[in-house]
Design a protein around this ligand. Structure first.
Ligand code: DSN
Length: 392
């Protein structure tokens, strides 16, 4: 008798085939990534690092690691190639959160000041939210967006010079505009701070040259591999070579045990894919699709935070409609359109309700959608929202 698990997987597969997927942080991996992640590498323990490593790290704690050593070195080389960088890279973080925690551990002591983007205005849980370990361990300070939703670099500078953070953090989960990493780096230099970038959302755009790169500017760069990069779920940490030993030690043994070599194999394949012209075409289409869909909403009278988008996502501010983000998310889900509720700048509702929704184009671009398809979906979302308003 087949396991109940396969029945559940089959249902999820059907949901993924059927629904229009607009969650900005999701994507669909290639069959090769899927095959690597489901491979025999899941059976292998390999605590430690490949034996011959420029950082002088300690090798593995287990026998039989000759092939996973080769794999992990190859994966590191491929990610340096993707971002055209000579930064050190650690490919072991199990997730973006693990990558961020290890990065903090390597640079900070408990109680050190950190300046990051406010979660309510587009930041991330692991950037110091009080409920997250980052918010409990460090003395968090937050910069805001201005009245139009743009990162307020004057506010960043003022707060950095006031609190003199040990670490200045740039990066967001719900921000639709280019981030000026050069300006952040300059502020970090003035304030005497380490500069860290969490580029999880936009990493695919950075790889394809569609967003300014933080390489050469940031001391440490973290990312997930499963968003615009279209790899398996996981994290990466890049750092300037002089921080390599600290970063490696903070990942293992600092915060993790054995690496997931089957996921590292998937990450290596994603890196190979990210070096292709087909990947760059996909990213360019992601950006064109977001711009087209965003414009369609604006033409129908919707309020878009910042008045547009430069990347793969945008936020609709539904305040004028009187509907919550939660209600719209749930009604769209019933109609086969998947996205998530999101706070808007100066949010008046709780994060469980919100006044906005976040819309992203990577996943459906991977499925082949182009501008006209996204415009059609925008009109379908408008139809559903108008029906909801009529029932209010
Ligand atoms: N939770 C992810 C997102 O949806 O943006 C970020 O980690």
């Amino acid at each position: 008798m087949p396991s109940k698990v396969f029945e559940i997987i089959e249902k999820e597969q059907e949901r993924q085939n059927r629904n229009i997927e607009l969650i900005a942080s999701e994507n669909f991996v290639s069959p090769d990534v899927m095959r690597a992640v489901g491979s025999c590498l899941t059976n292998k323990y390999s605590e430690g690092y490949p034996t011959v490593r420029s950082t002088g790290s300690r090798g593995r704690y287990y026998g039989g690691c000759e092939y996973v050593d080769e794999l992990e070195e190859y994966c590191c080389d491929m990610w340096r190639k993707v971002f055209r960088t000579d930064y050190h890279v650690n490919v072991q973080p199990h997730s973006g959160s693990s990558a961020n925690i290890a990065a903090y551990m390597s640079l900070l002591s408990p109680g050190d000041a950190v300046l990051a983007m406010n979660l309510n205005n587009g930041g991330h849980l692991t950037h110091g939210a009080p409920v997250n370990i980052s918010g409990k361990l460090y003395d968090m300070h937050f910069y805001d967006v201005n009245a139009h939703g743009f990162i307020d670099l004057e506010d960043v500078r003022k707060k950095a010079l006031e609190c003199r953070p040990k670490l200045l953090l740039a990066g967001a989960s719900a921000y639709s505009r280019k981030i000026d990493f050069a300006a952040f780096a300059e502020i970090a230099r003035e304030a005497g701070s380490y500069f860290m970038v969490d580029m999880a959302h936009i990493a695919g755009l950075v790889a394809a040259g569609e967003h300014p790169s933080p390489f050469g500017l940031a001391d440490v760069i973290t990312t997930t591999t499963h968003k615009t990069l279209r790899g398996p779920r996981g994290g990466l940490i890049f750092c300037k070579p002089e921080l390599a030993k600290k970063i490696d030690g903070a990942v293992f043994p600092g915060t993790q045990g054995g690496p997931l070599q089957h996921v590292i194999a998937g990450k290596a394949i994603a890196a190979e894919e990210a070096c292709t012209e087909a990947f760059r075409d996909y990213i360019r289409q992601v950006v064109r699709n977001a711009a087209a869909m965003c414009k369609a909403f604006q033409e129908m009278g919707y309020q878009v935070v910042t008045g547009g988008t430069d990347n793969h996502l945008f936020l609709l501010d539904l305040t004028d409609t009187g509907l919550t983000g939660k209600a719209v998310q749930e009604e769209l889900d019933r109609n086969g359109i998947t996205l998530n509720k999101n706070c808007v700048p100066n949010e008046t509702r709780s994060p469980a309700q919100t006044s906005g929704i976040r819309i992203g184009t990577p996943a459906m671009t991977t499925k082949g959608y182009r501008e006209a398809d996204f415009i059609r979906v925008a009109h379908e979302i408008d139809r559903i929202i108008r029906e909801m308003r009529a029932k209010q």
